[in-house]
Design a protein around this ligand. Structure first.
Ligand code: ZN
Length: 447
């Protein structure tokens, strides 16, 4: 996804993204929407994990993980009010008018069989009043339908489908206090608030729709776990076959959240692993007189200009800030040679190399090499110098774990690109994300 700034560090227009996770075969299509309210991270985190961790083998999964992206980034339920009350009547002057029109159009696309809206709700929905947190007015741990049936649709047995999914979820839960139930809001009978909701807009247009509510009584990773169970239950109902790259447990979901966050600037001249980044990264060589162009490997990442820095966010969370230094760019270099622990390797510009003890950049003499954090008296070009981890100041690492360092290449006054050096200690167990990799990142593309 490429955002353009008219000038450096202007506010980024944050729009939602649509990701089509499709098999080669046709077949049923499920649309999953997350983040209609910016303060419900279980829903939007689950939706984003569908994009980053799932593949579809039969049928199609369409995902909008970040519907109210601005509010997600601002950690607000809705910076322009509750977006889930904007689907009945909405003034064209509403700042979210265009976004609401856009998602309505996607929902009514002929391919879509079922629309799912993921929420985090308060307490625990129960049919009968038990106590303050467990009663009919609560929303958590429920599948919401607006009415029992839609006569015109193939998947019109809303209550039947919801109760199948409910059973699918509960069968996989050992603790009864966390069970899901079906809540019918009977919107048509005069629920004025629900009439304004996304799902009811869908129902009015004969498109089956459900909301899933994970309880806000749980931490984000646990809510995300329930949402993923629910989405899988719906895929099961539709006959959509999928694969995910982890076993669905609460702990594994917790590990996946915020893991593997990368941004890529200016056609891969700079690739940064930011999931463990320090609070600030200084003197990041950005392109002079240019709009900021970046790609990201997770739909919840946003890079936002603020007070001469670029703030990187992941959903509700702050990741890091890039304090820029501006350069003209040189595009003459695609790869360089680096000797790592005595072995010569070729590394792409924007790539990463793993080093145990020492490395030596072997670039053409027309380039100047700057190893950030390394300094030797009288040396301005660090090309062809043997460098050990101990000779680089730890505080210049990208990551808090002090293992990831920047090697920058310049031609004259122009910046030619960056390579990351990842120091590993073979005696320690390395976390997966720090394993060997000069790998290409699969960056997501958007609408
Ligand atoms: Zn909600």
């Amino acid at each position: 996804m490429v955002f353009s700034f008219a000038q450096q560090l202007m506010a980024e227009p944050l729009h939602f993204s649509l990701h089509k996770i499709s098999s080669s075969s046709t077949g049923p299509t499920l649309l999953v929407i997350g983040g209609i309210q910016g303060d419900e991270p279980g829903g939007f985190t689950a939706a984003s994990m569908l994009v980053t961790n799932y593949k579809v083998k039969h049928g199609n999964l369409w995902v909008v993980p970040n519907l109210n992206f601005k509010s997600i980034i601002k950690r607000s339920r809705g910076i322009h009010g509750d977006m889930n009350r904007k689907f009945n009547v909405l003034s064209e002057k509403d700042p979210e008018y265009a976004e609401v029109q856009k998602i309505k159009k996607i929902m009514l696309n002929d391919n879509i069989d079922i629309v799912l809206n993921l929420h985090d709700g308060s307490g625990f929905y129960k049919k009968k009043y038990i106590n303050k947190m467990h009663n009919p007015n609560r929303w958590g741990q429920s599948i919401i339908i607006d009415q029992d049936k839609l006569n015109t649709s193939k998947y019109g047995d809303l209550s039947g489908i919801a109760s199948n999914v409910q059973q699918y979820i509960n069968k996989r839960l050992s603790n009864k206090s966390k069970y899901f139930y079906v809540k019918n809001t009977e919107t048509k009978k005069g629920d004025v608030e629900m009439e304004k909701s996304l799902t009811y807009f869908s129902i009015k247009n004969d498109r089956p729709a459900f909301a899933v509510e994970a309880s806000k009584s749980f931490l984000t990773h646990e809510r995300t776990f329930y949402h993923l169970l629910a989405v899988e239950g719906f895929m099961n109902e539709l006959g959509i076959q999928y694969q995910r790259d982890f076993d669905l447990t609460r702990n594994n979901v917790a590990q996946q959240i915020g893991n593997n966050l990368k941004i890529s600037l200016y056609d891969n001249r700079i690739n940064l692993d930011v999931e463990k980044a320090r609070r600030y990264l200084n003197y990041v060589p950005l392109k002079k007189h240019s709009s900021l162009q970046y790609k990201k490997n997770n739909p919840l990442i946003a890079v936002i200009g603020k007070n001469k820095t670029l703030r990187v966010r992941y959903g509700n969370r702050y990741v890091t800030s890039l304090n820029p230094q501006y350069f003209d760019y040189d595009y003459s270099l695609d790869k360089i040679n680096i000797q790592a622990d005595g072995k010569n390797q070729t590394v792409d510009i924007g790539g990463k190399i793993t080093v145990e003890k020492s490395f030596r950049v072997l670039a053409d003499d027309s380039y100047r090499v700057n190893i950030i954090g390394y300094a030797r008296r009288g040396v301005t070009n660090e090309n062809k110098i043997l460098v050990k981890r101990g000779q680089i100041k730890s505080r210049f690492s990208i990551d808090k774990e002090e293992s990831l360092f920047r090697v920058e290449l310049y031609k004259g006054k122009k910046f030619s690109g960056m390579v990351l050096v990842n120091f590993i200690d073979r005696n320690k167990n390395q976390p997966v994300s720090l394993k060997q990799g000069n790998s290409k990142v699969a960056f997501t593309s958007n609408l």
